[in-house]
Design a protein around this ligand. Structure first.
Ligand SMILES: Nc1ncnc2c1ncn2[C@@H]1O[C@H](COP(=O)(O)OP(=O)(O)O)[C@@H](O)[C@H]1O
Ligand SMILES: [Mg+2]
Length: 257
């Protein structure tokens, strides 16, 4: 009798290459995401981290290589298609609409309409959206007093939380975060890290791009190291150390093939 084959990874990137003119952003990127894990992608500035996640979220197209979901090769032509695969991304610049409140941002581009006939005239169901936004914030334990405050008036951590809440509200399978704490203070960063754990506990997988290694070690299950557009290694957090990961990021520590 043969052993049952393990389930395919939730998402896999194989031999992905990407050039921008003469700049090689990704030379040979490999990455696998398991269901329900927090997977950190680390590497020095310019290593190709953002490029890799933008390929996964449909912003860029790989020059060559393959992306598979549930073991099946797929084409992710644009961010809308990524969302159809259940992938939501929180970009480095957050992409919030400052003049809208949290509820408006949560539903940005997916506004809920009033029941017909009002829907025919484009009337928005603001009450329903506010209720859902409140539920979502509560579910994620996000402490925002009022969901009808313009996000411009929120703190950096709260803004990040709104962007994350939006990703989680719609992301059915994978939430990607690019440097989620880069612009935040210590207390707000720890709030975002708690949020990442909360997302995992709700059954989603998280890809977290970061070069803050203490944070990576605080939340990630696995770590993939990119250097100069190449995947150097993927490790279980439990089988490595912060010092070794720094060495692999800089190239000071060779990785056995
Ligand atoms: N849109 C772009 N046009 C030209 N070069 C780019 C573009 N995006 C990224 N690059 C280049 O690709 C390399 C990898 O960038 P990036 O993926 O942003 O790295 P990281 O996120 O790891 O800092 C860098 O040399 C960067 O300058
Ligand atoms: Mg980046």
């Amino acid at each position: 009798m043969t052993a049952p084959s393990p389930p395919p990874p939730l998402l896999e990137a194989r031999n992905v290459q990407k050039h921008f003119g003469r700049v090689v952003a990704l030379r040979e990127a490999n990455f696998t995401l398991r269901p329900n894990e927090v997977h950190a992608i680390v590497g020095d500035n310019g290593a190709g981290k953002s490029t890799l996640i933008k390929i996964i979220s449909g912003v860029y197209h790989a020059d060559s290589g393959e992306i598979a979901i549930d073991g099946r090769p797929v084409t992710i032509a644009n961010p809308r298609e990524a969302r159809e695969f259940g992938i939501e991304t929180v970009y480095q610049d957050l992409a919030l609409a400052d003049h809208l409140d949290s509820s408006g941002n949560l539903f940005l581009g997916r506004e809920q309409l009033r029941p017909p006939p009002l829907s025919w005239f484009g009337f928005l169901d603001k009450k329903a959206m506010r209720r859902r936004a409140q539920e979502e914030m509560r579910r994620l334990k996000i402490g925002i007093q009022s969901v009808d405050q313009p996000v411009l008036s929120l703190s950096g951590g709260q803004r990040q939380a709104v962007a994350v809440a939006r990703a989680i509200a719609w992301g059915r399978r994978i939430v990607i975060m690019d440097e989620p704490t880069a612009a935040l203070g210590v207390r707000e960063s720890s709030m975002v890290l708690e949020l990442i754990k909360e997302v995992r506990s709700q059954g989603l997988a998280v890809i977290m791009v970061s070069h803050n290694l203490p944070e990576v070690f605080a939340v990630a299950d696995r770590i993939t190291v990119l250097r100069l557009g190449r995947t150097i290694v993927t490790l279980d957090k439990s089988e490595t150390s912060l010092e070794d990961v720094v060495g692999m990021m800089t190239g000071a520590l060779a990785v056995a093939a």
